[in-house]
Design a protein. Structure first.
Length: 298
């Protein structure tokens, strides 16, 4: 079983004001990712590739990508990119409806900035009534993981026995390093029962610190979403480091961060590369889906 534990639904209605999408695509997606790997696409073509609207698009992505299941992570930028047409709660409700329309294939977390009013109350409703599988946080929008505003959400996640997934690498929109592993230390120490997923495993610059966290805290997990743009030798070298320092890949999950990277590195190519890596079938099965299936209860 192959589960993409980290994907997104981008829509002109979600996350940012409609007028912010093209600058975001031009400066960050096309400028930072595609052109850096030699992919020549116009901003308009990138927008057409990313801003999917229909559930059938995701079902096709699952089939074309060699996936069995896909987990969506709604992004609440707290109006960092302007006020979107669709407010945060409605955005999440639409994600939940999409997941219900494709049971067994599409799942969704609940994404909210902890500074929004009644964030924990909405999170509770999303899990208990809408069937959402966990909480997505995005600290680069302007908060630290240990801010007091987050604590009720962590307590609720523990009560509901669902994971919290946070962005876990540097981000161009913020220069404050909100997601540095050191900023998560107070969280895992104050909330030892919290199942915390550190997305992207620290990226290039914070990987070593992320591995230390993975080793030292039982309920700390990482995903390798977005790593497909790196050479295989780089990826397996870092997976080997995890095995050497932690003892296994039992808290490491496969993800894509798509649709961002799909035009450059199709998901099927990423899956096939992992299947060819020099690890046991049990290790690859766990990484590709077993760990996520257990943690996300899907």
């Amino acid at each position: 079983m192959v589960i993409d534990c980290h994907a997104h639904w981008f829509s002109r209605d979600f996350s940012m004001a409609e007028g912010s999408w093209m600058p975001f695509i031009s400066e960050q997606v096309n400028g930072q990712f595609y052109k850096s790997v030699g992919l020549e696409m116009t901003d308009e073509a990138v927008a057409d590739a990313l801003l999917v609207q229909e559930g059938s698009d995701f079902v096709r992505q699952i089939a074309d990508g060699g996936l069995d299941k896909l987990v969506l992570l709604p992004l609440d930028y707290y109006d960092f990119f302007g006020v979107p047409n669709c407010d945060t709660i409605e955005m999440n409700r639409r994600h939940a409806e999409l997941a219900k329309a494709y049971p067994g294939q599409i799942y969704s977390f609940f994404g909210i900035d902890p500074r929004r009013p009644d964030a924990a109350k909405h999170f509770y409703t999303a899990v208990t009534e809408w069937g959402m599988k966990g909480l997505k946080l995005y600290p680069p929008s302007g908060f630290l993981p240990d801010d007091a505003a987050c604590h009720d959400l962590y307590k609720m996640a523990i009560e509901l026995d669902v994971p919290v997934l946070s962005h876990g690498m540097e981000q161009m929109m913020s220069t404050k390093d909100e997601c540095h592993p050191d900023n998560f230390l107070p969280v895992v120490q104050k909330f030892p029962d919290l199942k915390l997923v550190y997305a992207h495993a620290g990226g290039v610059n914070w990987f070593d610190q992320a591995v230390d966290m993975l080793k030292n805290y039982e309920n700390f997990y990482v995903d390798l979403s977005g790593w497909q743009i790196m050479p295989d030798a780089f990826i397996t070298g870092r997976m080997d480091t995890i095995i050497e320092k932690v003892g296994s890949l039992d808290k490491v999950m496969f993800g894509s961060d798509n649709p961002v990277f799909n035009p450059a590195i199709p998901t099927k190519q990423w899956v096939d590369r992992v299947k060819a890596y020099p690890y046991s079938d049990a290790e690859k099965d766990a990484f590709l889906g077993g760990v996520a299936a257990k943690l996300y209860k899907i």
